[in-house]
Structure formats: structure tokens, C-alpha cells
Design a binder for this molecule. Structure first.
Ligand code: DX5
Ligand code: ZN
Length: 219
């Protein structure tokens, strides 16, 4: 199993000072920054556009993990890659050409990933497992930070972990939503190697300790 990585979610930070918040993530020793992009249609909320990512890019050398919660992600791949995304993940639920969009992300030179909601069966992402760098299992209904972690999703990450081993495919397994230091060990036991955390990370009294605890979880 791959080494655990924490991806703090900038959604939970002060949006009037995103560059400083990204620098705070770096100061905690994190290597990744999770950036949530919402369209007000696929999810009932709005966040950032490509310009936000482009403006952050020269101010941070973190790995930008850009999570598109859009009905039409295929229209926004180039803008977000040009803006500086290092990885772009797209949801399985909307109706668009997923295979072509995953390929387009890789053709543009960055990592790709497929995301599924808590109510979506894990089998929905199965056709794409040999075409992705990461599979993101939402552990809350996407749209807002600060919701409660849904433990039932861990059966799905465990299945993704079994498929990964049986088929010898090398995707990462990421969870996003309500992740904290209490549930992270259970995630790790269920095959997770990539941990998005918004509220729990930004509110923790020691972000360095938070990061170290996640990144030293045993396999
Ligand atoms: C939810 C977003 C998450 C969010 C997680 O729609 O995709 O990335 O930032 O926030 P917490 O950790 O507060 O649940
Ligand atoms: Zn997210």
C-alpha cells in the first residue's frame, strides 16, 4: 500500500487570504493541497474558478489536487490544468464522456482521478480503474465542509483496495469529507492512502501533529 498522504482542503480556510493559508499548509509539512471546485448545479454551493488556482500557483509549490464538482467537467479541464492543477479529479455521476475526459487530463500532463458520492455504488467506478491515478471516495455528500464522516463508505474503499491488489493496478485511494484523527485509522485499515481533511485540519491546535499523525498511520 502506498505511503499515507494528507491533503488539507483549502475550502475550510479563510478565503480572503488563500495564499497565506496555503503557506500555512506547507508550514505543517503537508505536500498536497486539496482545492474544491463547485458549480452550484452538481452541488448546491459555489467556490473557486481557474483564476483562483492560477493566482495561488506562483505562491505555493504544493501538489494541487483539484476536485471538480461540476455537471460539465469536460469543459473545464484545460482551464484548470493551465491554471496549475497537478491532479484533476472528476465525478462519475454526471452524464458526459468520462473515458475521454480522463484521457484528456493525462494528455495535458497531469494526474487524473475518478470520484464517487456516498450514494453511488463502488461498481460505478470499476470500468475506469485501469485509467486513473487516484479513486476518490466521498465520505460526505459533496457541497459543504464540516459534515459527519459516513463510515459505510469504508466498505467501498476496502473493495477498491481488493481490486487494486487482485488486478495489480496502481491507483491511490482517497477519502474526502469529515475525515479526522478518530476515523483516519479506520480509513487506513480499509485501504485508504490519501486523506483529505478540511475542518479537522484547519481547526486543530497543532497542524504539524495532525499531519504527522495521518502520515504515520501504519498500513
Ligand atoms: C466537500 C469537499 C471536501 C471538503 C471537506 O464537498 O469535497 O473537500 O472540503 O471538508 P471537511 O473535511 O470539513 O468535511
Ligand atoms: Zn473535495
Amino acid at each position: 500500500m502506498a505511503e499515507p498522504i494528507l491533503a488539507p482542503s483549502i475550502l475550510a480556510s479563510d478565503h480572503t487570504r488563500l495564499a497565506a493559508e496555503a503557506q500555512g499548509v506547507k508550514a505543517a509539512g503537508a505536500r498536497w493541497l486539496h482545492i474544491d471546485i463547485m458549480d452550484g448545479h452538481f452541488v448546491p454551493n459555489l467556490t473557486f474558478g481557474p483564476q483562483t488556482v492560477a493566482d495561488l500557483r506562483p505562491k505555493s509549490d504544493l501538489f494541487f489536487d483539484v476536485h471538480l464538482m461540476l455537471d460539465n467537467p469536460q469543459d473545464f479541464i484545460e482551464p484548470f490544468v493551465k491554471a496549475g492543477a497537478d491532479q484533476v479529479t472528476i465525478h462519475v455521476e454526471p452524464d458526459y464522456d468520462i473515458v475521454a475526459t480522463l484521457r484528456r487530463i493525462r494528455d495535458l500532463g497531469v494526474k487524473n482521478g475518478i470520484v464517487f458520492n456516498p450514494s453511488t455504488p463502488v461498481e460505478a467506478v470499476e470500468p475506469f480503474l485501469d485509467q486513473v491515478d487516484i479513486v476518490l471516495a466521498m465520505t460526505v455528500q459533496p457541497g459543504f465542509g464540516g459534515q459527519s464522516f459516513q463510515d459505510s463508505v469504508l466498505e467501498k474503499t476496502a473493495q477498491l483496495d481488493r481490486w487494486r491488489a487482485e488486478r495489480g493496478i496502481d491507483y491511490r485511494i482517497e477519502v474526502d469529507g469529515g475525515v479526522n484523527l478518530e476515523n483516519a485509522p479506520r480509513c487506513r485499515q480499509a485501504g485508504v492512502d490519501t486523506f483529505v481533511a478540511g475542518t479537522a485540519f484547519f481547526k486543530h491546535p497543532s497542524r504539524i501533529e495532525f499531519r504527522k499523525t495521518i502520515e504515520s498511520l501504519p498500513a
